[in-house]
Design a binder for this molecule. Structure first.
Ligand code: DAT
Ligand code: MG
Length: 171
């Protein structure tokens, strides 16, 4: 029983289908604390860095277009909601209620089972991203959030000087 952090993203399909409230309600049953939250327009660079482990998969291009909301055309849905949650056994407990990656294989009462679908082009629109283990969570939280955007001290930071100004960054 350890206190852990996890990165959760409500993906563009979740926003487009107006599922933000439903998803946050389901997550609230885990009684975790929200310690960071923001809306992000996802750049290609951020999408590639987030999914770097999948860069050799045949669906990688579509996956980047999906997380950037580009599969819905133009700039209409080009954002995600990003959250850092903290709680006891956060990762395993969240993954359980989020459900399997493939929304059609996910438990029907999980978030992905309830709200996800596979598009006719084969994109897994699975509504939400969550980190799969503690080290992935740390990597992803440091990628998506700056230290000052999180209300708890969770990972080591350091001071650096940029243009004569002091900045606090992840160590
Ligand atoms: P998860 O999001 O459950 O951690 P993952 O990290 O293996 O799953 O994959 C990241 C995303 O890539 C996933 O949410 C949807 C997409 N994806 C994974 N496998 C896929 C497949 N076989 N076909 C289409 N999209 C896939
Ligand atoms: Mg994953």
């Amino acid at each position: 029983m350890a206190v852990e952090q996890i990165l959760i993203l409500i993906k563009p399909d979740g926003i487009r289908k107006s599922l933000t409230g439903n998803v946050l309600t389901k997550l609230s049953q885990l009684e975790m604390a929200i310690i960071g939250a923001k809306v992000v327009k996802v750049s290609k660079e951020l999408a590639e860095a987030h999914y770097y482990q999948l860069k050799d998969k045949p669906f990688f291009g579509e996956l980047l277009d999906y997380i950037q909301g580009r599969i819905y055309g133009g700039e209409t849905w080009d954002r995600v909601l990003a959250f850092v949650y903290q709680g006891v056994d956060a990762v395993a407990r969240t993954r359980k209620i989020v459900g399997l990656t493939n929304p059609e294989e996910a438990d029907p009462i999980s978030i992905r089972g309830s709200y996800g679908r596979i598009t006719t082009k084969g994109v897994y629109e699975n509504v939400i991203h969550c980190s799969s283990d503690v080290s992935e969570a740390e990597r992803e939280i440091k990628l998506w959030f700056k230290p000052q955007e999180i209300v708890r001290k969770i990972y080591a930071t350091k001071k650096i000087e940029v243009n004569k100004e002091e900045k606090i960054v992840w160590e």
